[in-house]
Design a protein around this ligand. Structure first.
Ligand code: ADP
Length: 561
């Protein structure tokens, strides 16, 4: 017994160890690793850094796009430039024509060996700022080119697109303005000629048309980053960067207000200006935080699910183990139960055969024992057969109108002798006026026999058996009462499960298969009734079987489920 207990404990321990090592540990490790990874993501602001990298990239691409457009515009202007080898009037006329065709330019100039010609948009010359600018440009470019034209031409010829941009601060009526000047060599001329042409982009055009248009185009093309959040970009004077008075020159729609998340200074065409980028309506930090929250929440839910799954698995495995144990107990119980009556039958039959018994009373007694033991065997085998039919879903019942009082009385009659022999006080209380009930007689008799047998088996000193049959609330009730060992409240619901036997020592020392009550329950349920138990440990038990009077099954055969 001790060894078996130890073995069971060991198997359980092994199973728990397997569950622990194979499932709980990896699951816990997975949860832990995920949590710590998320925490380090949070600490190192990994998401924010990734978005910032993306933003850097977007700004680099945007700058290239803007530069490309400015280069193309400068090249288009260059193609309309006069040849240096014409006279001054022709040059002026050609430059004027160029300005008329390109209203986005404010000035256009040509420097060659003969001198310097600069022309400005006539309708803008009414503005004193433009006039002053015209003079300033004429002076500074003339001077500069006069000294360095040769070197500049040389430098320009080395570039794939021989155009240089020169940034300048200027002024307009509404405040400081950004002036971008492109100067270039004329491609049709030979490399050793110190000829330079140039155009100045109208600051108003840059601010009101060129930059906004470019920004809009970029934002429309790359409306959102991978996470689906819309971006906005802007252009502002680089030297104001970070200062509260920083005034954007141009913004894409949806910029709202606030600082850029990432900035990039132009380093070729529009030097002195910078590009800024951010999300529309949210910040990278807020995004990172909400992503973190979401991830923690999802991980939390997943962890709970894993824990729930583990608990469920443990529960199911324990249940299966308990069932397996019950089954193995069942096999040993049944073998034991078969062996005892068989041994007795053999012993008494052999004794009779050898004619060792002299008195007829003794003989009678031996016959009775043989009959009783074979009845016990039959009852046990019937139980097992019924049980296996039920398990296989093949059990069928044969319902017939029955005088239930008579059925109960007759069934008890064949046990009366045995009951009294065992020293039981037997109280039979049968209401004989009950209406006929449709039942399977054999099954009901078997249920009653099982209940009576249990009452006899599980009684110690106080030997009492009461059987009562009466009608109540549209049903027939059959009560089997004993003053035996009783059943704890916890075990009362379990005793109807197959193979279940309580932990009471008397139960262990008593033969049994643990099938009787599960059969009783099945039989009553097949009749549309139910079985209940009331019991106090040490005081006794009362099993009440109820069969409905009216709604008893009408069909002759009901396949059991
Ligand atoms: P068996 O009697 O073959 O063990 P049953 O299914 O008839 O199987 O009963 C299941 C268990 O319920 C018994 O092992 C016993 O522990 C408990 N039990 C049944 N009837 C009684 C009773 N009248 N008094 C105390 N315990 C009982």
């Amino acid at each position: 017994m001790k060894k078996r207990k130890f073995l069971r404990g060991f198997t359980r321990f092994r199973l728990m160890l397997t569950l622990g090592l194979a499932v709980v540990l990896p699951a816990a490790a997975l949860i832990y690793v995920n949590f710590s990874q998320l925490r380090s993501f949070k600490r190192d602001k990994v998401l924010e850094a990734t978005i910032h990298r993306d933003f850097q990239e977007m700004l680099a691409i945007s700058e290239k796009k803007i530069d490309k457009k400015a280069f193309t515009m400068a090249e288009e202007a260059r193609d309309l430039f006069p040849s240096p080898d014409t006279n001054a009037q022709e040059k002026e006329a050609k430059l004027d024509a160029l300005l008329t065709k390109s209203p986005w330019l404010t000035h256009a100039f040509l420097f060659d060996e003969k001198g310097f010609v600069i022309r400005s948009q006539p309708q803008q010359l009414g503005d004193e700022y433009v006039r002053k600018e015209h003079e300033r440009m004429a002076e500074s470019f003339r001077g500069w080119f006069g000294m360095e034209a040769k070197m500049l031409v040389e430098q320009l010829h080395k570039k794939t697109r021989p155009i240089n941009f020169y940034p300048d601060q200027t002024k307009r009526a509404d405040g400081p303005a950004y002036l971008a000047t492109a100067f270039f060599v004329l491609p049709q001329l030979s490399k050793d000629r110190a000829v330079l042409g140039g155009v100045c982009f109208d600051p108003n055009y840059l601010k009101k048309t060129f930059f906004p248009g470019m920004l809009e185009e970029i934002v429309n093309q790359k409306l959102s980053d991978q996470s689906g959040n819309q971006i906005a970009i802007m252009i502002y004077p680089a030297e104001y960067e970070g200062r509260p008075e920083m005034k954007p020159i141009a913004v894409s729609s949806g910029w709202g207000d606030g600082k850029p998340e990432v900035a990039r200074k132009f380093d070729d065409v529009f030097r002195g200006l910078a590009l800024g980028i951010k999300f529309q309506g949210t910040s990278v930090e807020a995004l990172g935080q909400s992503w973190m929250h979401r991830s923690f929440l999802i991980l939390g839910i997943l962890s709970l699910l894993i824990i729930g799954g583990l608990v469920l698995t443990k529960h199911i495995v324990s249940k299966e183990m308990a069932l397996a144990r019950l089954k193995s107990d069942f096999v040993s119980n049944v073998s034991h139960e078969l062996r005892t009556p068989l041994a007795l039958i053999r012993l008494y039959a052999e004794t009779l055969e050898l004619r060792r018994i002299s008195t007829p009373e003794k003989k009678q007694e031996y016959y009775r024992i043989i009959r009783k033991e074979s009845e016990r065997l039959t009852a046990l085998i019937n139980n097992i057969l019924d049980f296996s039919r039920i398990e296989a879903g093949r059990k069928e019942y044969e319902f017939r109108e029955t005088n239930i009082a008579e059925l109960v009385h007759n069934t008890l009659d064949s046990y009366r002798y045995q009951i009294e022999q065992q020293g039981f006080a037997f109280e039979e209380n049968i209401d004989s006026d009950l209406p006929a009930v449709r039942v399977d007689r054999e099954a009901i008799a078997r249920a009653l026999v099982n209940l009576v047998n249990n009452a006899l088996k599980y009684s110690n000193d106080e030997k009492f058996l009461g059987v009562k049959l009466y009608g109540a609330n549209g049903s027939v009730k059959l009560e089997v009462v004993d003053h035996g060992i009783g059943i704890t409240r916890r075990e009362q619901s379990k005793i109807f499960e197959k193979f279940y036997r309580t932990g009471d020592p008397l139960v262990h020392n008593t033969k049994g298969s643990g099938l009787g009550l599960s059969l009783v329950r099945h039989i009553t349920q097949a009749h549309g009734g139910d079985i209940a138990v009331e019991s106090t440990p040490g005081k006794g038990s009362k099993f009440t079987l109820s069969l409905p009077l009216a709604s008893a099954p009408q069909q002759p055969n009901v396949a059991a489920s």
